[in-house]
Design a protein around this ligand. Structure first.
Ligand code: SF4
Length: 350
């Protein structure tokens, strides 16, 4: 549907990012990484929710030492998030981590960067360079008059060039802002200049409600340009919510086809049954469907089956009754209190 940007491909424990591979969903644990059992529990919850890659904060040696035990208990690719201390990056790679998030510009001398790149090559570990509007260098803020898209892109280019100059090319890039317009412009500008696979997100997006809207606008807009190889939704919430939202964004963008998509009408004066409750119940039960399909919940028979003729299955409400339909054709008339059960009997029977 979208002409995807032709990016280079990296592999994270066998999961591809870039090169036209399916867009993956990432999240980050918020447990203390040194608490091995709590972190394993959360990683498993994220994987069960449909997360493809999990990142862990590695702020100190205790966290780095815990990585080996965590690695042994889970299969999902793990990313170590490291700032400033290159020795933590070396420990994380020894512990079997699959990817590093580290900015070479933050870890000191060229020799340290070289050592990290050498170890990453030996371990087959790619590196994500992650530039954030909140941590731009003063000189760039002054040159561009603030954390503009141009300033962010220049910062990202400086980081990737440090690795390129060392012959290390297994690099993906994120360039995040909490502003949706800046996010969109930044990714567009960077994608014009380089072929690194891009990790897309709106940072510090907020709580589940508004943060979901900001993420959908920002990530969706970037993806609609064919840009983006992996996404992370940043919410002030249980990280499982980030995965749910990330997968919903990919589903809405038709970039992930797994499972059912429920569409429902906005209701109007023609509605004669409790379509809001029905839509909620259908969405809840449809969450367990793995087959790709569209299910429509429509308020009336006048417009329902016709408006939702592209749906695989649907309900159109009447007065105390409703019609079940499939591909715009009416299947049968059912009492309101049996509508959802009969709909799922129809779906499961095929
Ligand atoms: Fe109104 Fe029927 Fe359209 Fe729903 S499907 S908004 S009830 S006309």
């Amino acid at each position: 549907m979208y002409t995807r940007n032709n990016t280079r491909k990296i592999l994270v424990r066998g999961v591809p990012i870039g090169g036209g591979s399916p867009v993956t969903v990432q999240s980050m644990t918020n447990t203390d990484t040194a608490d091995v059992q709590a972190t394993i529990g959360q990683i498993k919850a994220l994987a069960a929710a449909g997360c493809d890659i999990v990142r862990l904060a590695v702020p100190d040696r205790e966290a780095a030492k815990a990585l080996a035990g965590i690695r042994r208990e889970v299969d999902i690719p793990l990313v170590a998030d490291i700032h400033f201390d290159y020795r933590l990056a070396l420990l994380a790679m020894d512990a079997g981590i699959d990817k590093l998030r580290i900015n070479p510009g933050n870890i000191g001398s060229n020799e340290r960067v070289r050592e990290v790149a050498r170890a990453a090559t030996e371990h087959g570990v790619p590196i994500r360079v992650g530039v954030n509007a909140g941590s731009l260098k003063k000189i760039l803020l002054e040159r561009y008059g603030g954390p503009t898209a141009e300033a962010l892109v220049e910062s990202a280019l400086e980081e990737v060039d440090l690795l390129d100059d060392l012959g290390f090319h297994d690099v993906c890039v994120s360039i995040k802002s909490s502003s949706v317009p800046v996010t969109i412009e930044t990714y567009r500008l960077f994608a014009e200049k380089r072929d690194h696979p891009l990790h897309v997100g709106v940072t510090e997006a907020g709580t589940v409600g508004y943060g979901t809207i900001k993420s959908a606008c920002g990530i969706g807009a970037v993806l609609s340009c064919g840009i983006g190889d992996t996404i992370r939704v940043s919410l002030t919430a249980d990280p499982v919510e980030e995965v749910t939202v990330g997968n919903a964004i990919l589903k809405a963008m038709k970039l992930r086809q797994a499972g059912a998509e429920v569409i429902s009408c906005p209701t109007c004066g023609r509605t004669e049954i409790d379509i809001i409750a029905l839509a909620g119940e259908v969405e809840r039960r449809a969450a367990t469907i793995t087959r790709p399909m569209v299910i429509a919940v429509m308020g009336c028979v006048v417009n329902g089956p016709g408006e939702a003729r592209e749906a695989d299955y649907g309900i159109a409400g009447g007065r105390g009754t409703g019609l079940l339909f499939s591909k715009g054709e009416i299947v049968k008339k059912v009492k309101e209190n049996r509508l959802v059960d009969e709909l799922f009997t129809l779906i499961e029977g095929e």
